[in-house]
Design a protein. Sequence first.
Length: 232
Amino acid sequence: MPNLTTIGFDADDTLWHHEKYFVATKERFSELLADRAPRGETERLLHDTEIANVGLYGFGVKSFTLSMIEAALAATGGRLPASLIGEIMTLGRAMLTHPVDPFPGVQETLEALKPAHKLLVVTRGDLVDQERKLAASGLLPFFDEIEIVSDKTEAVYERIFSRHGNGPDRAMMVGNSMRADVLPALAAGAWAVHVPSEHVWSLDLADDPTGSARFRRLPRVAEVLPLVAAIG
Ligand SMILES: [Mg+2]
């Protein structure tokens, strides 16, 4: 039996673009309110509201849409026309229909890993939206299990890698978030590969781990293949 039996992949900004739609929507949001509140203030309010709401609403587009409305109300002292709330909701809804194109090399990598490994998706976000993106990506057939979780913690990785594999010791997590994909997976005892993305949400940032023999940083998902071969 190989040393490494189970490989988990983050979804957004690891398998396909996602954060760029948040970046563009935040830009549109600030433009919508530009006549009513200073831009820097709007951006700061949205950022703080998003962070504060994660614990209540969880991760994903629905939570973000509620945060946009809340931040717009705060930025305008509550003087926000209903038509603008409608426009903000339209911005949020558009994020639930964006195209899902896997990054180059992702499909080939999953294809190559599948015969000898159990492949998982471990993602946060809205259940319906994450399922839509997985279906639209065409990648669903490559995965043995999909885990859509409310948060990514050491305990969550421990549970997932034990339930679907041979425990964290023989598992690897691959993702673009140092805070959510790498650090808790390492803490659980798994290998963890950081694949940096073009855009990163502030809540996904964290310092590199120190002295961890099971941490790697690779420029592309495809480069997981030689690493997996080396681990055996
Ligand atoms: Mg991600």
